[in-house]
Design a protein around this ligand. Sequence first.
Ligand code: PEP
Ligand code: MG
Length: 556
Amino acid sequence: METTLRGVGVSHGVAIGEVRHMGTAVLEPPAKSIPAEEAEREQGRARQAVDAVAADLMARGNLAGGEAQAVLEAQAMMAQDPELMADVDRRIVVGSTAERAVYDAFAAYRELLAGAGEYLAGRVADLDDVRNRIVARLLGVPMPGVPDSDQPYVLVARDLAPADTALLDPSLVLGFVTEEGGPTSHSAILARALGVPAVVALPGAGELAEGTVIAVDGSTGDIFVNPGEAKKAELRAAAAERKAALAASTGPGATADGHKVPLLANVGGPADVPAAVEAGAEGVGLFRTEFLFLDDSKNAPSEHKQVEAYRQVLEAFPEGRVVVRVLDAGADKPLDFLTPADEPNPALGVRGLRTLLDHPEVLRTQLTALAKAAEGLPVYLEVMAPMVADRTDARAFADACREAGLRAKFGAMVEIPSAALRARSILQEVEFLSLGTNDLAQYTFAADRQVGAVSRLQDPWQPALLDLVALSAEAAKAEGKSCGVCGEAASDPLLACVLTGLGVTSLSMGSASIPYVRAALAKYTLAQCERAAAAARAADSAEEARGAAQAVLSGE
Ligand code: PEP
Ligand code: MG
């Protein structure tokens, strides 16, 4: 039967496909005791699960080839290690279930590895993954992590962390649905980067049965469960119509009367560059460098590796602008070797620039790598710091840039209300501002961006957020400097017009949104955008603000 659910649409387009759940961490199997006559059967179950997991790892290794193959084959061998299997058998004989025996035998082996020197300790994560796979198989629950599927699917998850999403194969993911997360969560950001439709904050997403066909409308937030042929055809036709209208829009971003608003791309690394170029991005407005740091949980990437990655992005935009954000670790983007594990409120703790000031060697390596990457290129490099709270922060960052010999513009992200309130003071130290509206909303409304239940307060149309945007843009204008937006607010076509009316000087977004924003801006004059902005700021809620701006722009 066709049913409809409603979440928050965060990435345009329609996806129709089967549900595949992101496997969650494997729970500890209960320590119940089995009668002796069941031991043989349990040993058979354990052996079967181990063999199936090993075969699956080998098959995936064959498909992947290269370095990944070596890692997967080593994992398959771990699974079938004779001593481990003997331990599993022993534990079953004394009364464990197969899943509990596997769990405990791996735990014992894990301890041995963890204490056996750095190299073997580094294999603990691989061992845990093998254990989780075997236990999941025995319990009949989805494999942990990204689904193993060679057919395209709609990914359903509680929420997605950057570390999970780095492993996704974009050619297989038709769209995302998450139970948690708001419009600025990483699931939403990643969906826009991949250009796939997404709906977040959908209560009950976890209960959608594996394999059910759903249609995801990322524009409206509607999810149609078991859609009929008529509904599928209707959704596909509407999506095709929107796409055709967009294809007609090209060229640099500007209002109808020629006020230029450069449209820039948000990227996570060189892999996102082709889509940015194809969408006609005029440069990069936010290079989230965190993704380079996810491969190794213990160390920062070497200077050499960083130079390579930065250079690839810089080379893609000759004569263009590329704004690189230095590492933003902590809170929703934790890194084991930098982020304190015991903070009661990680979003209010040591994250972003605070982390870098505590680890000056990481910042120095990053800035030196950027200086080397930009050498000899005609690109306009700009470097900015996340989570700048005040002028002291801004000065510390600018000093570090100068010490690294970086020939670039230095900027500060406005993500904390204090930075918007004292933007002129911060601009005494840096040359530009970039509004991170995702975090700015989180900190203005005390609403965690990862919690679906407070997504109402994460809405970037909130008039209080618009006030802070206006304050920052006015300060930059008074100082003769620029103030862009690189948070997700910039990717909403109507809001992009309002932000322009508030005085922001560039808009940076996931590449897939650029054509939508370009088309919207081209329809209105700067004066119309300013009137829409004033109407939105005069409203008392996000919904009213959106309605008021819409009414002004459609001439109602
Ligand atoms: C923001 O907070 O708006 C932003 C652009 O940074 P991130 O989403 O990576 O925290
Ligand atoms: Mg941020």
